[in-house]
Design a protein. Structure first.
Length: 159
């Protein structure tokens, strides 16, 4: 759902001040491809690390739930980084896209339903988390947002 809000994000004010793109320029140029691959690898690495740190051999359901919560957390936070491929999240802001915020809220509420309603817990094989677990998963997701901002900065600096 956050993706819908991201897709409906208003164009930047400086958009009309930019030079036109070359007609044959690819949408997924080397710069954007590098940024996408680095961001995906970072997010996968973070989710897998959270999974491994929660001892899947002894507590598979807890490790699975922690990885799931981390991934959902990244789905909630990372769209802010991708509102612009050039500007930082601090420049684009957090509260100007109301549809994105609604998508994030609805995704979070649906995640709570999946994790705390026994019927869905059984289907998804998840367990309820304690507050400290939520803190770990959401901190990892915020770490992904920060990491993606660093990747974006480095890629823009080098291209």
């Amino acid at each position: 759902m956050p993706a819908i809000g991201l897709g409906l994000d208003a164009p930047r004010e400086e958009l009309m001040l930019r030079k036109p793109q070359r007609p044959r320029k690819k949408i997924l140029c080397k710069k954007n491809l590098l940024q996408a691959i680095c961001s995906a690898a970072l997010m996968a690495g973070i989710a897998f690390t959270v999974f491994l740190l929660h001892h899947p051999a002894e507590q598979l359901e807890k490790a699975r739930t922690m990885a799931f919560t981390t991934i959902v957390g990244m789905v909630l936070f990372v769209p802010f980084a991708f509102r612009s491929l050039k500007e930082s999240v601090l420049q684009t802001g957090f509260f100007s896209n109301k549809i994105l915020l609604l998508g994030i809220l609805s995704t979070f509420l649906l995640t709570l339903v999946v994790m705390y309603v026994p019927f869905f817990q059984h289907i998804f094989e998840l367990v309820p988390l304690q507050l400290i677990d939520w803190g770990i998963a959401l901190s990892a997701a915020i770490g992904a947002l920060i990491g993606i901002e660093i990747v974006k900065w480095r890629v823009n600096k080098n291209f």
